[in-house]
Design a protein around this ligand. Structure first.
Ligand SMILES: [Zn+2]
Length: 399
């Protein structure tokens, strides 16, 4: 085998060689799955005194040969059988090396757990496959493609599409009835206190704590925002404090996007929170009727697409802010799941060259906003990969 010497590789080969490795890794996983499927096809269920199912034969043989636990081999086989039989296009993406084992397993697990009817599996597949294709990143130089949505994005999409067919309203009622407070004590003298409740209340509480903590920190408190959030919450519960300082500016953090039909009770399609979390129709309607809830209708054109908005000032107007966070629900950095309501709005083309409009503004979380400007400042340290397949600046070689 050739010696692998990273010291002689240039930046391009170090970085992009990793993508080639990734695809090879995905392909190897998928090929092991395909071997299991074929072994399963060849193995009969045996009867007699020592009867064994085909699945048990394959799990036993592969777990021995490939040094895996028997349970793991069995779950791998089940995933491979399900994907190859019922989701052929997802299966093909695995064999091409474009989709990794973890994402493919997530797809199979969510669909199998929620839905029993093979016709429903096909309905979900018809939504998931275009979603995966939309998230394919192509590396023309190597003629390879990789699905690069985050696991959270994928789970949100799977949740939405399976919840349209199997609404979670009853599950929500049952689990919400079990809401409680729990303490986990660690072995170093620390502990965690958790409150289970509905997702909108939890987000509201966290956001209020965050705003209050930030206000205290800005006023010179030496504790970090995280420490302050913990201290303020406990002060409040224990009754030590005069209460949370009320921040001047509180954005509507529980941002629900829901169809008019669901809101009116004409159907039970799920709704989504900022960040893509899927919530059942009943909860969306409950949030809508809560005291202090404000609903904004996005103006749409005849095709149902929101009508874009702009202003001449640097600061976006509230309708522009609402539009951007409703239509782009997460940080716009590839692979970031931070809810848009917690992000800053970045002028894609800098103001005043680019206008303050719904088209030129993108939500970026603090971290990725900084990263964008850091990269602009030091282009020599950043590989900008052109989707067409050419690098945008010259190669540097290893020192
Ligand atoms: Zn981000």
């Amino acid at each position: 085998m050739d010696e692998f010497n990273t010291a002689v590789l240039n930046d391009h080969d170090l970085l992009l060689g990793g993508v080639v490795d990734l695809v090879a890794e995905n392909q190897a996983s998928a090929r092991r799955w395909a071997r299991m499927v074929e072994l399963h096809r060849r193995h009969p269920d045996t009867d007699g005194n020592f009867s064994l199912s085909a699945a048990s034969w394959v799990a036993a043989d592969t777990s021995e040969a490939w040094a895996m636990g028997d349970q793991f081999a069995r779950s791998q086989l089940n995933t491979a059988l399900f994907l190859s039989r019922h989701l052929p296009e997802v299966w093909d993406l695995c064999l091409q090396g474009s989709l990794d084992r973890f994402r493919a397993t997530t797809i199979a697990d969510v669909i199998r757990k929620r839905l029993d009817d093979p016709a429903d599996w096909m309905r979900v597949a018809a939504k998931i496959v275009p979603f995966l294709r939309k998230h394919v990143r192509r590396f023309a130089e190597f003629n390879i493609e990789v699905v690069n949505c985050t696991i959270t994005q994928l789970r949100n999409k799977l949740n939405y599409e399976t919840r349209v067919l199997a609404p979670a309203d009853e599950e929500f009622v049952r689990r919400f009835a079990d809401r409680s407070v729990a303490v986990w004590e660690d072995e170093d003298g620390t502990a965690s206190l958790s409150i289970s409740t509905s997702v909108d209340e939890a987000r509201l509480a966290k956001h209020r704590l965050w705003l209050s903590a930030k206000a205290k920190r800005d006023a010179g408190d030496p504790r970090t925002v995280s420490q302050l959030m913990s201290d303020l919450a406990l002060d409040l519960i224990i009754g030590r404090a005069e209460g949370l300082p009320v921040p001047n500016f509180a954005r509507p953090i529980v941002n629900v996007t829901v169809s008019l039909e669901t809101l009116a009770g004409l159907n039970d399609d799920p709704a989504t929170l900022s960040g893509g979390t899927v919530i059942p129709a009943d909860l969306a309607r409950a949030i809508a009727t809560k005291e202090g809830a404000t609903w904004y209708r996005l103006l749409t054109d005849a095709q149902g697409e929101p009508v874009s908005l702009s202003t001449t000032s640097y600061t976006p107007t509230p309708p522009i802010w609402r539009y951007v966070v409703a239509t782009r629900t997460t940080c716009s950095h590839e692979g970031c799941d931070r809810p848009a309501v917690e992000c800053e709005l970045d002028h894609d083309k800098p103001y005043p060259l680019g206008e303050t409009s719904t088209e030129n503004l993108n939500p970026l979380c603090r971290r990725h906003h900084r990263l964008k400007h850091a990269r602009a400042e030091r282009p020599d340290l950043h590989w900008e990969y052109d989707p067409v397949g050419a690098f945008l600046h010259t190669l540097r070689t290893a020192a």
